[in-house]
Design a protein around this ligand. Structure first.
Ligand code: SF4
Ligand code: SF4
Length: 390
């Protein structure tokens, strides 16, 4: 899919959706498409699904995930080091349940692994002492918080229904005091979607936040009160428009506009059968805990995931993806949500969410070249686009 824009200064700008590239003035001679990496480099470890919390939108509890026990970390580590593929792993992400229930295991990994380590936590078990231990080892912490105020976090509760809010903030303060590198994971809710950009801005000015995650909830059996794709789209557009005031990277914006900044197309949103693999508490290796533990969905093979992605779908010129401005930036969203909600590999909520965000990024590129008469004709360097989009 190619677009042509006649700029106010008389120049022409072309955009190739499948390549995520721009071209100025002359008829484009597009280079071969380049793609985001798909080689394995990341390991996600679920030590245990045990948690001291009971957050209302949690996919673990919402889907009655069976208890798979707990990894014996020293034994697992010895086993991992015997696996050929493990030598490729440069990045480990720990998730639960609540990984801080197994703090010794986090330290064990940090003391035995030379790559990057990060984990997500509800923050309630972080003390001054363990914040310092994480800082010393360069571990990156993603703390879950839906906004700076108590009412933003009504879904984050303990098993007995008590709010976690005060304990989360105390954990955040300990991380801040220790100088631990940190991000905040937020789940999009109807309550906060309309003001999320100002919420992120406020948090990023109050604390040293390097990254924000702003998730669209995965499918669960009870979806009452879930954010709509339209609300989420509007939230992402507001975040994009305010990105220079938010002093942190917002991962969900980066995933959608990063392909334009990199000049590389993205085949898949989800890393499940490409750059990432997952180790579960029962020591099984899966692509995705949700898909591979479902008796029906586990039969969906990698070939189907390949063939179901937007760039493959677009080989049919009449398909919706073939004419989409977000073709090379989309990746199709979460296949689990796609299969549950639409019976396809693609989560069709992306069709509401991603094109408008990409349109905003293209608008900024158009505006830039309307004010840059001296820019050379031909293929626009990806670095130039990166500086424009940020
Ligand atoms: S398929 Fe969805 S739930 Fe599974 S790993 Fe990918 S994004 Fe996560
Ligand atoms: S947004 Fe929808 S139509 Fe566009 S590429 Fe993604 S899945 Fe296809």
């Amino acid at each position: 899919m190619e677009r042509e824009y006649l700029l106010k200064n008389g120049r022409r700008l072309y955009y190739s959706a499948e390549r995520c590239r721009f071209w100025l003035d002359t008829r484009p001679q597009w280079p071969e498409a380049e793609y985001m990496a798909t080689e394995l480099y990341s390991l996600r470890i679920e030590i245990s699904h045990a948690c001291n919390g009971y957050c209302r939108y949690c996919i673990v509890f919402g889907n009655h995930v069976q208890d798979l026990g707990r990894l014996d970390m020293p034994a697992v580590w010895a086993w991992l080091n015997e696996q050929e593929w493990f030598a490729k792993i440069r990045d480990i992400f720990l998730i639960g349940g609540e990984p801080m229930l197994f703090f010794d295991d986090i330290l064990f990994i940090a003391d035995h692994f030379s790559g990057k380590i990060s984990f997500s936590t509800n923050g309630t078990l972080i003390t001054a002492e363990n914040a310092r231990a994480l800082k010393e080892r360069g571990v990156f912490v993603y703390l879950s918080l839906d906004g700076p105020d108590r009412e933003d976090n009504v879904n984050r509760v303990y098993r007995d229904g008590r709010p976690m809010y005060d304990d989360i903030l105390r954990g955040l303060e300990h991380l801040e005091a220790a100088g631990t590198d940190k991000g905040i994971f937020m789940v999009s809710t109807p309550q906060t979607a309309g003001r999320i950009a100002s919420v992120m801005e406020a948090l990023s000015h109050r604390y040293r936040i390097l990254k924000f995650g702003y998730s669209l909830p995965h499918w669960t059996e009870n979806e009452s009160g879930i954010v709509t794709p339209e609300q989420y789209r509007d939230a992402l557009c507001a975040i994009y428009e305010n990105r220079r005031r938010i002093d942190a990277t917002v991962l969900q914006i980066k995933w959608r506009t990063g392909c334009l900044s990199a000049g590389r197309a993205k085949r898949f949103s989800c890393a499940l059968h490409t750059v990432q693999t997952t180790l579960l508490p029962d020591r099984s290796i899966v692509r995705c805990a949700k898909i591979d533990h479902d008796p029906v969905l586990r039969e969906v093979g990698n070939r189907a995931l390949d063939d179901g992605c937007p760039l493959a779908q677009a080989r049919d010129a009449g398909s919706r993806c073939a004419g989409c401005v977000a073709l090379g930036s989309c990746g199709g969203g979460c296949p689990y949500d796609g299969l549950r909600r639409f019976g396809t590999i693609i989560d069709r909520r992306e069709c509401v969410i991603t094109p408008p965000v990409v349109e905003l990024a293209i608008r900024d590129v158009v505006r830039h070249f309307e004010n840059d008469a001296a820019a050379p004709a031909g293929l626009v360097p990806a670095e130039t686009v990166r500086q424009i989009i940020g």
